[in-house]
Write a protein that binds this ligand. Structure first.
Ligand code: SF4
Ligand code: SF4
Length: 677
């Protein structure tokens, strides 16, 4: 950086520096090449287009630290420390590239070293050093003093080594500059305006002998570079691999819509789902490298919170550990026989337990919160696919058989799909398909005793608003969401193809549904099979009708209401405002938010096919959520999903609050107050 750098080396110094430098780069590249080769053992991904757009998004997420700061909450401010550290490092990294590539610090380009660029950069690095020190100190205090629950058990030597070296690194830089200034070699072109921190530190050397300061300067220079090279190597051998991997993970993040599962090519796929580590795609393996073990996913996971064996952080770490263990033999096997997969062993049973993968509600709390965009749900579903389609489990047998045989997952229902329409003016498409909108009722609202009231409320509202709508009635079949999330891709694809054909035969363009699972599937996943429809959730539709004055509400007393964000509406589809707009429109109603709301909402426990599975490990997820609702002292929990409604009504009964805390779908609340226009 300054002229004094030329004195850091004699000829032996140059040689030693370059040997150490080459060794560090060699170790770094060797490990990276090994990790990339492991990654390429995974299955191919579909091609990644729009690389410029992706690169810009990545730059914003990484340089702006948006990936971290998106999780900033009043309670958890760890992302600020991380952002400070990262911003400081980016500035250092730019300098290292210049320093190494053009050799300015080695006396190769004395001219450049004396340009005004370095004058300004000396200032910037002074401030960057403070950023890194603050960020590292923040990290050490949080991890070792505050010890938040998500970092429980993470006070490891590895974590301490990296945090301490990250702290030492900018300190050595500041002292290197300070001794340089003390020796009368301020950064070129600075004149009287010296970098504030290092010039202040230079006062510590006032009165010291020049030879002492020179020795200290050389010592700080070497200490600084040794720390830099140590960190370079350490990150690729430790969990700090995320520093490199996460940038690529963000670059190659799954294309929207969020949470959409990859279709399986059932005719040509070599394996159905993920039975072995090599059945993961290369991007799924990159996910494993990117995890920073921050525990944010574990903190929001309803399965972990309710005492189930699933912990999304550990799931990722277990898969990574397994990959690193079997990686060398996989590479060897591939070289010898071109059949690497066979030598890695089954994942379920050996690496992950069945209970773990069935505990997931596919709520996406983990995917959504992860700062480095690791996706958990796709891996869990791939593991389920392998069990289900490989006939390796009895789990979920009943709902899947029901879908196959009866077209819906409900056991023992005595209702037919059109029963709820009695007394209402509802067109059945087979009789009259001259409609503007198709109301997709969904299996639960059509066939489950309590939920048909939601369908009836919607039917009334649509009639009141004079909407020309119809239903498929007996022609409607399960959208396929439970089958897909439970791992039966084959059954899902049959359902999807059948439904798409029926909808296309009626030339349906616009669909309204009150089930977030149907909404998500038809809107985001049917396009994978050629089904393109405009799909609207009933909360969006009702909000629009209220806004346009086609529905008016009066009378009634909504009282204090808390709204539960359904996972497939909120985290999957970003529909947070319309339900709240409706509730805000209801007379004499006040909304109070639960502790966890919007993107951090807590699942009801019914997603991912869990609605039809026993919940006999740990606490019931729905009861944990209803406890959050009870805390608000609301009189009503408003829902916008039939699964949530059913889960909460059961939970309220168990908690003995069914009289004081009513559970109502938003359509029912509006229906109880609406007047004809
Ligand atoms: S999707 Fe939900 S239940 Fe499944 S691992 Fe993630 S946070 Fe846990
Ligand atoms: S998967 Fe993401 S959120 Fe979970 S521990 Fe790893 S980095 Fe953190």
């Amino acid at each position: 950086m300054s002229a004094v750098t030329t004195t850091y080396f004699g000829i032996p110094g140059y040689v030693i520096f370059w040997v150490i430098f080459a060794l560090a780069i060699g170790l770094f590249l060797n490990r990276m090449s090994q990790l990339v080769r492991y990654m390429l053992l995974g299955r191919r991904e579909e091609s990644y287009g729009q690389i410029v757009r992706r690169a810009l998004k990545t730059a914003v997420a990484v340089l702006g630290q948006w990936c971290q700061l998106k999780n900033l909450t009043f309670k958890d401010r760890a992302s600020i420390g991380h952002a400070f550290m990262a911003w400081g490092f980016f500035i250092f990294i730019v300098f290292y590239f210049i320093f190494i590539i053009i050799g300015a610090g080695f006396g190769v380009s004395e001219t450049l070293e004396h340009t005004s660029f370095f004058f300004y950069y000396a200032w910037v690095m002074d401030i960057a050093a403070v950023f890194v020190i603050l960020g590292a100190a923040w990290g050490i205090i949080r991890r070792y003093v505050v010890r938040p629950s998500r970092l429980k058990g993470e006070q490891t030597v590895e974590a301490m080594v990296i945090l301490v070296t990250v702290l030492i690194h900018p300190v050595t830089h500041l002292f290197k500059e300070a001794t340089s200034i003390a020796l009368g070699h301020p950064p070129a072109g600075l004149g009287a305006v010296l970098p504030p921190i290092s010039s202040a530190l230079s006062n510590l050397f006032a009165g010291s002998a020049e030879s002492t300061i020179e020795a200290a300067s050389i010592g700080f220079f070497w200490a600084h570079w040794l720390v830099v090279l140590f960190v370079l190597v350490f990150i690729v051998y430790s969990r700090y691999l995320h520093v490199v991997a996460s940038i690529f993970n963000i670059l190659f993040q799954s294309p929207p819509p969020k949470g959409t599962l990859r279709p399986v090519d059932l005719k040509n796929a070599k394996s159905l789902g993920a039975g072995r580590i090599t059945d993961l795609t290369w991007k799924q393996i990159l996910d494993l490298y990117s995890c920073v073990v921050c525990g944010q996913c574990q903190e929001l996971c309803p399965a972990t919170a309710s005492g189930k064996p699933l912990n999304p952080k550990e799931l990722i770490q277990d898969l990574k550990k397994h990959l690193l263990e079997v990686g060398p033999q996989l590479l060897k096997a591939k070289k010898e026989e071109e059949s690497a997969g066979n030598s890695s062993g089954e994942l379920v049973g050996k690496v992950i337990t069945e209970d773990e993968i069935w505990a997931c509600t596919t709520c996406r709390a983990c995917d959504n919160v992860c700062p480095v965009l690791v996706e958990h749900v796709d891996k869990i579903v791939d593991l389920r696919r392998n069990l289900i389609m490989g006939s390796k489990t009895e789990t979920a047998r009943d709902p899947l058989r029901n879908i196959r045989v009866r077209g819906h997952p409900w056991m023992g229902t005595t209702l037919a799909r059109e029963d709820w329409t009695q007394g209402l003016n509802v067109k059945i498409m087979a009789e009259n398909s001259n409609v503007d909108i198709l109301y997709w009722v969904g299996c639960t609202e059509a066939l489950e005793d309590r939920s048909i009231k939601i369908a009836q409320a919607i039917g009334k509202l649509l009639n009141q608003a004079q909407i020309n709508f119809g239903i498929l009635g007996e022609e409607e079949s399960c959208c396929g969401d439970p089958a897909r999330r439970l791992g039966n891709e084959h059954q899902f694809q049959l359902q999807a193809q059948k439904n798409i054909k029926i909808l296309q035969n009626y030339n349906v363009k616009k669909i309204v549904t009150a089930c977030p699972h149907c909404y998500n599937t038809i809107k985001n996943e049917y396009p994978q099979f050629g089904g393109e429809f405009e799909v609207i959730h009933h909360t969006q539709f009702i909000a629009q009708l209220l806004k346009e004055g086609k529905l008016k509400v009066s009378g009634g007393n909504g009282g204090l209401i808390t709204y539960h964000d359904a996972c497939y509406l909120g985290r999957y589809n970003d529909i947070y405002q319309p339900p709240r707009q409706i509730l805000n429109n209801l007379p004499d109603t006040r909304i109070i938010e639960m502790e966890q709301n919007r993107a951090r909402s807590f699942c009801c426990g019914g997603g991912g096919g869990r609605m039809w599975l026993e919940e006999n490990i740990g606490k019931r997820i729905s009861e944990l959520r209803i406890e959050q609702a009870i805390k608000t002292k609301a009189q009503t929990v408003a829902t916008a999903c039939p699964y949530c409604l059913q889960m909460f009504e059961d939970a309220a009964k168990v908690k003995g609050v069914e009289e004081s805390l009513k559970v109502r779908d938003i359509a029912e609340l509006v229906g109880s107050m609406s007047l004809l226009t």
